[in-house]
Design a protein around this ligand. Structure first.
Ligand SMILES: C[S@@+](CC[C@H](N)C(=O)[O-])C[C@H]1O[C@@H](n2cnc3c(N)ncnc32)[C@H](O)[C@@H]1O
Length: 472
């Protein structure tokens, strides 16, 4: 009897070591740091990218992709969470955070970039094999294949509640903002659906890098010699860098004669500097100066007028940053570390005072992709008394006839108008000045007397400024 040939054994797939893709791996590391250590993406990324450039030969396009993956994933986290929740069989809070990070990174590649589907899935599964192990990589594969069955619009139609049922919840999912933030922004912006949608969309865009040519120290002409630099929209000192523009490559920035500063911040400092004043104009105060962006512009403007700036900041290490930002200023200035609610200076000492108070930062969500998820409505309760205290100090510190600028990088009404109204009730000898003429050429400034800038209208952070004159 001839031996039956044995059925050939089905060859098992040979084990293949997972391949580490340095771009995805770096993006994952950054997301873990943001998640685990409450790190800020804009602080975590640069050193990781530097290391990757030196050790892994990262090129500019690798760095651009890694940055896009981290920022995009963080910005769109609310939308992606809603989609991932549809594709897993348990509540999201029961999915391990590192697994969720890999899934979110994969979802962003599938739904928020032009990376082809097969590449997005295979790169994410490979990343999962490296950082989570083969077992959990299978789970990642299964979830991402479900996500890949539709595009972003299709998913949003499935997971967002209809606008007519719950407008704020709908916008929260579609534009990836916490519901309370949608609500607060809408209260401040007013108007109908179109405006708030444009604002939320603008929050999800990558902001341009804007430079400031510090007057008397650098000129916009000098900065405009940079490749693909364009003049600012509103500030005479602003120059915008096209995407990929590296401020560190600009000599004037390295030398501190120019800096990186959103145009909204420049406009606020300029408005305070140009607010009409009768009589003496010699002593200026920036009472919340760290890290020193506005102080550097104010100090340069003060120097042009023969005035001096006192830049005060509570946190000593931030006061150090202010000192660095002001170094080389052509006119007199002083930097001190002091609590603005217990000022060491005498009342009525200053002609102009800026109080750019600590706030929720809801006006700068474009720059801090993780901030919207970290902030809580309760934070407002913490900031409220401090903001009122600092504005009171500002009014106490300015001489009769002098001007105070109360600024926030949040448009939340509890941090803007409510603070100003409350404090002015205690200060009958102070009056609001119409701030709008102090923003020459800037359109759509509302009904005044205060000014609220908006990313979708002005292309700036949502800076707020109220200008107040001490009358007695
Ligand atoms: C919005 S930031 C100011 C930004 C700054 N004006 C700029 O343009 O670079 C608010 C600053 O106020 C500081 N701060 C917080 N509490 C303070 C206090 N009680 N007195 C003075 N400064 C304080 C914070 O440390 C922070 O640096």
């Amino acid at each position: 009897m001839s031996e039956q040939p044995r059925r050939p054994r089905k060859p098992g797939k040979p084990y293949r070591r997972p391949q580490k893709d340095p771009v995805r791996f770096l993006a994952f590391e950054a997301l873990r740091a943001v998640d685990e250590r409450d790190a800020y993406a804009n602080l975590v990324l640069p050193p990781l990218l530097r290391k990757a450039r030196e050790k892994e030969g990262f090129e500019a396009r690798d760095a651009a992709l890694a940055t896009e993956l981290v920022y995009g994933t963080l910005r769109r986290q609310g939308t992606y969470d809603a989609i991932i929740a549809e594709c897993v069989d348990r509540p999201l809070r029961e999915v391990d955070p590192p697994v969720l990070d890999v899934l979110s990174l994969g979802a962003h590649q599938l739904l928020g970039t032009r990376i082809p589907t097969h590449a997005a899935v295979s790169a994410s599964v490979e990343l999962a094999r490296v950082v989570l192990g083969d077992g959990r990589a299978k789970f990642v594969n299964a979830v991402l294949r479900k996500i890949a069955q539709d595009d972003l619009d299709g998913w949003i139609a499935k997971v967002a509640p209809p606008y007519d049922d719950d407008p704020e919840d709908h916008l929260a999912v579609v534009h990836s903002h916490p519901r309370w933030v949608v609500s607060a922004l809408w209260d401040s912006l007013g108007g109908g659906r179109a405006g708030i949608e444009r604002l939320l969309e603008a929050d999800n865009e990558r902001p341009e890098v804007t430079l400031v040519a510090r007057p008397g120290r650098a000129t916009t002409e000098e900065l405009l010699r940079q490749e693909s630099a364009a003049p600012g929209r509103w500030s005479p000192y602003a120059v915008r860098l096209a995407e990929g523009g590296e401020p560190g490559a600009v000599g004037a920035v390295r030398e501190g004669r120019a800096g990186v500063q959103d145009e909204g911040s420049q406009l606020v400092a300029l408005a305070l500097a140009n607010a009409p004043l009768e009589g003496r104009d010699e002593k200026w105060l920036d009472g919340c100066a760290g890290p020193g962006g506005k102080a550097a512009l104010l100090a340069a403007l003060a120097a042009e007028r023969g005035a001096m700036l006192l830049a005060s900041e509570k946190q000593p290490h931030r006061a150090g940053l202010v000192a660095k930002a002001l170094a080389g200023n052509p006119g007199p200035y002083q930097v001190i570390a002091a609590d603005g609610t217990k000022p060491p200076w005498k009342p009525g000492s200053f002609d102009r005072v800026l109080m750019d108070v600590p706030c929720t930062g809801l006006g700068a969500l474009r720059r801090r992709p993780e901030a919207r998820w970290r902030r809580r409505p309760e934070d407002l309760e913490g900031f409220g008394p401090l903001q009122r205290g600092l504005l009171s100090t500002a009014l106490d510190s300015v001489r009769v006839g002098g001007v105070v600028g109360y600024a926030t990088c949040s448009p939340h009404l509890a941090e803007t108008r409510a603070v100003v109204e409350d404090v002015l009730k205690q200060w009958p000898s102070a009056e609001l000045v119409d701030a709008r003429p102090l923003f020459p050429g800037v359109p759509e400034l509302g009904e005044g007397p205060d000014v609220q800038l908006w990313p979708h209208v002005h292309g700036t952070d949502a800076m707020y400024l109220a200008v107040i004159r001490r009358t007695g």
